[in-house]
Design a protein around this ligand. Sequence first.
Ligand code: PLP
Length: 439
Amino acid sequence: MTDIGRRGFLVRTGLALGATILASACHRVFADQQSPRWRFKNWDDLRAQFPLAPQLIHLAAFFLASHPTPVREAIERHRAGLDADPLGYWLEHEEKQEAKVLRAAADYLGAHPTDIALTDSTTMGLGLLYSGLKLRSRQEILTTTHDHYSTETALRLRAERTGATVRQIPLYRSLKTLSRDELVDSLQKNITSATRVVAVTWVHSSTGLKLPIQDMALAIQTMNRSRDEQDRVIFCVDGVHALGVEDFRVRELGCDFLVAGTHKWMFGPRGTGLVWGHPQAWPIAQATIPTFNSQAYDLWMENKSSTDLPQSIHMTPGGFHSFEHRWALDEAFAFHQAIGKSKVTQRIYELSQQLKQGLAAMPHVALHTPLSQDLSAGIVCFEVAGLTSRAVVDTLRQRGIVGSVTPYTTKYARLAPSLLNSPVEIEKTLEEIRNLRAS
Ligand SMILES: Cc1ncc(COP(=O)(O)O)c(C=O)c1O
């Protein structure tokens, strides 16, 4: 039986997971693989890196990160340096610290540093990318009805400003019956000769549905074989709820652009994010905000063109930033690497599977997130009969469980188990939901 299967079995049979079993499993999890700087003996030890209120069960960590110790310490170090001598500290650190962050991000993503632009959030990345994609007349952007406010609004603003055509399609009829094939087929059959850009979200924060991005990318690549370079479909993905959850190497994913904040599942400094672009795709992106990259700025001062610099540099917006946050981002990647990407995924899958199976077994609960791990990641959405989702989330909060309501037209209660949680916490949460009743 797989670990995930075993967890489901334990939950279904109502066996409580003893702390001793967990502790020994945790010791196994963290054996031999960590960088000497950050050694976590077990999951409790990992959780102790976060100054989170201990009396709460935090099931909304994907909303905005709490900074773990290495990230917090790096922020404090840079803040002290900048406060003591803003110009001197900046001159000494800007170039090398940004390079360090890019190397850490590239190492984590399985990418090259020059293919990554640094941003302040997913929204900034989406806004910059979608506002600047070069489109010829009659070329359209194809997107879905399931995307987040940030994708939808970035595309709407683009359409309003430039007259670009943005077409929205649903990818499935019902969450209850959808399949991987239906999702890929719906996308494929809606791509026309006019489609230049496809804009989707990897893990939907409205339902917890995870799209089969790799299969979609393969379908697009197949279609692209018979297209000229200037008509190639460019596949753009909002990956914020996959980064720090899914175990992937971005070059193997098959998309052209991956946009994500690093201040959610990655536990990076608040106000950080990135855009990764495939080297073949970067030329289609056009910057809107002047970069402050030192090479670009130096070339400007010498009256020379900077067009030969990698496009990722131009897509890293300038102006000064909250540098103490930006320069601490490498620590978040190192933190995840110290645990191991596959262990991160396995842990989040186990906990979300425990939560979903527990909810699915409750007659008064409608689980909306697919049970299959193939079609879901860490976000779990549900409703309780007779109660509004706001009432469910508020009641849970009163009982020390932090969740959120999906910020979409359709509102579900949403809980997202993460590395901050334990199976015992998930069981306590299920117990509270079991007792929720309309009065
Ligand atoms: C799918 C999705 N994309 C983008 C965002 C916005 O992310 P950020 O705060 O990094 O801009 C969110 C939620 O905040 C989201 O759920």
